[in-house]
Design a protein around this ligand. Structure first.
Ligand code: SF4
Ligand code: SF4
Length: 617
């Protein structure tokens, strides 16, 4: 009997990638995709392959590294989350036109909801835009199965193929059958051919009709075969309703119909939404009076249909135009489409358990002892009238400390201050600006903005919050750390200070992030330099992330109830989860359940009420 293992969806995808014989895998971490690359390294070790598995500095880099490996005939893969695809989009649009030699899988994990993203975009729409085929898995095991098929399709048509799981597939666990490696290793062989590998306009003009022809051929294949992923679940009786569903929406609606005991609703599952096998959907439409269309998050299937008069979807408001299609949402949509009241809850135990646990929603906060909290506090103290642009990462939570005024996407913390600076400069005004960015994000996309600011003499302070980790996505290393992923691989650390100096910045200072007085002084000095010299100044706040659990001195603290005047300054501007407020006593106190005894808050209370606990206490 074949071995089985309960795998996370992302591990199942990784298993599929290694089983399919992928030899070069590159990624930038991003929830919900982050577990895929480490799992590729793990399975590559277990199956004894030579696969190169590397974190890249950003998604465009990951995509291009993997694409070039496919130019040389290897099976390769690039992994990212949906917003990462925006970063890689330039390369994707070009490589779609190429006649690849090896198989190239692009795994893009979407985040409907969204739970941890700055957008709710649907990467299937990007596949449609780039004219590359896309697979939309409903379960973890199906995602694994789609990987091998996607590689075969990629090699048959010599083009990139996208696998687009959503968070509910990435983070579901399922019993998955483990297989052996299906495709053998192949020697790298790059055949020079400028028509094939150089995206000159003259070549594009020739390649575009070829890309269109490939799409037509793939659509035809999706019409005629791929029945494992695109199929009908017929009814035993005359169907009262037809439902077309894609991705995890199919899994949810199948479970709901089974729970309700409905045998009068027909289902058409679409696992291949781009290019859509239109005839299959039109045939289903023709056989039903009305058809509900469930897909996350954009109407990618819906908009490929020529006639939508029978369709209940987003175009006529039957399905919400945004947000995750959770089971309770889909239940309501299906009930409305059937014209029936919502069935009684068959299993009220979950609701009862939640009520008993009294789980209260809590806004996201930086961890107790997080070095960023101290850095934000110092920045605000140093430049209280500043504008504070920031970036994507844990430190976006500095918004709780009123030290994040704007955030767009990775790297924009270094370009926004340029825009703010210019806006005030053209009015003849001087505006203090202190921007914040993390170490990983600085390498990801911060460097070009800094070069631009140096070149154009934009006066602002850039604070690089260096916690030696890519924390928000689960603690991956980055170039500043130098560690690599695959067993036996050793990297080389890249010195951020050297990079900053190399960008032409003349004022670069490093400060221990926990040292608030030193942080205040250095930010003041940096802004003075930036203002006077009309150029950016950089401050590196350094302290390891709490997730790394480094050894550090324990400084237990308490709030002296005599000295506390109940002003809430510590709560509102320092915002440590371990600092709580007693509404009855109107005093702050330290909640020992959360306090990690970093001791930083001693510097925070303007009344000196937060004090160290002496040994004898
Ligand atoms: S501990 Fe200090 S800052 Fe916090 S509420 Fe009391 S007096 Fe205000
Ligand atoms: S010592 Fe202060 S800042 Fe550190 S975790 Fe405890 S309450 Fe929070």
């Amino acid at each position: 009997m074949r071995k089985r293992e309960i795998l996370l969806g992302n591990e199942a995808i990784a298993r599929g990638v290694v089983e399919a014989g992928c030899e070069v895998a590159s990624a930038y971490p991003g929830t919900p995709s982050s577990e895929i690359l480490p799992a590729i390294a793990r399975f590559a070790d277990e199956l004894g392959t030579k696969t190169a598995v590397e974190w890249a500095v950003n998604e465009k880099v990951a995509f291009e590294v993997a694409a070039a490996a496919a130019f040389a005939g290897k099976r390769s893969c690039a992994v990212m989350k949906q917003v990462g695809l925006n970063v890689a989009a330039d390369a994707l649009m070009s490589v779609a036109y190429f006649e690849l030699a090896g198989g190239f899988l692009v795994v893009v994990a979407d985040d409907p909801g969204p739970h941890s993203s700055q957008t709710e975009q649907d990467s299937r729409a990007f596949a449609h835009f780039a004219k590359i085929p896309c697979f939309d898995p409903a379960t973890a095991e199906e995602a694994r199965d789609m990987v091998a098929v996607a590689y075969d399709l990629s090699e048959k048509y010599h083009m990139p193929v996208m696998l687009r799981p959503t968070g509910r597939v990435d983070h579901a666990r399922q019993d998955v059958e483990l297989r052996e490696i299906a495709a053998p290793e192949r020697p790298a062989k790059f055949t020079k051919d400028i028509r094939r590998w150089v995206c000159l306009p003259a070549h594009v003009r020739l390649n575009h009709p070829q890309l269109n022809a490939k799409n037509d051929a793939i659509r035809e294949e999706f019409e005629m075969s791929f029945d494992a992923f695109t199929y009908e679940v017929p009814t035993k009786e005359k169907a009262k309703l037809g439902i077309v569903a894609s991705g995890v929406s199919f899994a949810i609606v199948s479970d709901l119909l089974a729970a309700w005991g409905r045998t009068d609703v027909a289902l058409l599952k679409i696992g291949t939404p781009v290019p859509l096998p239109v005839r299959r959907v039109e045939s289903f439409l023709a056989r039903h009076e009305k058809v509900l269309l469930l897909e996350e998050t954009y109407p990618v299937i819906e908009e490929q249909l020529r006639d939508r008069t029978k369709v209940l979807g987003r175009w006529n408001g039957a399905v919400p135009r945004e947000g995750e299609l959770l089971p309770e949402v889909i239940a309501g949509i299906v009930a409305r489409a059937l014209g029936e009241p919502l069935p009684e809850e068959t299993d009220p135990s979950l609701k009862a358990a939640l009520e008993e646990l009294q789980v209260k929603p809590r806004p996201p906060m930086l961890c107790p002892g997080c070095p960023h909290r101290a850095s934000f506090f110092a920045i605000r103290k140093a430049v209280p009238n500043g504008i504070y642009p920031s970036d994507i990462g844990c430190y976006t939570l500095g918004v709780n400390q009123k030290t994040v005024d704007s955030a767009i996407c990775m790297g924009a913390s270094v370009t926004q201050p340029s825009g703010f600076h210019l806006a005030y400069r053209v009015d003849g005004k001087e505006q203090p600006i202190v921007a914040t960015i993390g170490d990983s994000t600085f390498f990801h996309m911060g460097i070009p903005g800094l070069v631009n600011a140096v070149y154009n003499r934009h006066a602002f302070v850039l604070a690089i919050l260096d916690n030696s980790i890519t924390a928000m996505t689960g603690g991956q290393p980055n170039p500043a750390v130098g560690e690599k992923l695959r067993k036996g691989d050793s990297g080389r650390a890249v010195d951020i200070v050297g990079v900053v100096r190399g960008c032409g910045v003349s004022f670069v200072r490093t400060v221990e992030a926990y040292d608030i007085p030193a942080g205040i002084d250095v930010v003041k000095e940096a802004w003075e330099h930036a203002r006077r010299e009309k150029e950016p100044a950089v401050v590196l706040f350094r302290h390891p992330c709490m997730l790394l659990r480094c050894e550090q001195a324990r400084i237990p603290v308490r709030v002296d109830q005599e000295k506390c005047v109940g002003c809430r300054f510590c709560i509102n501007f320092f915002n440590c989860p371990a600092l709580r407020f007693d509404e009855e006593k109107k005093k702050a106190f330290v909640d020992d359940r959360f306090c990690v005894a970093c001791g930083v808050c001693r510097e925070v209370c303007p009344h000196g009420a937060i004090v160290p606990i002496r040994e004898e206490e």
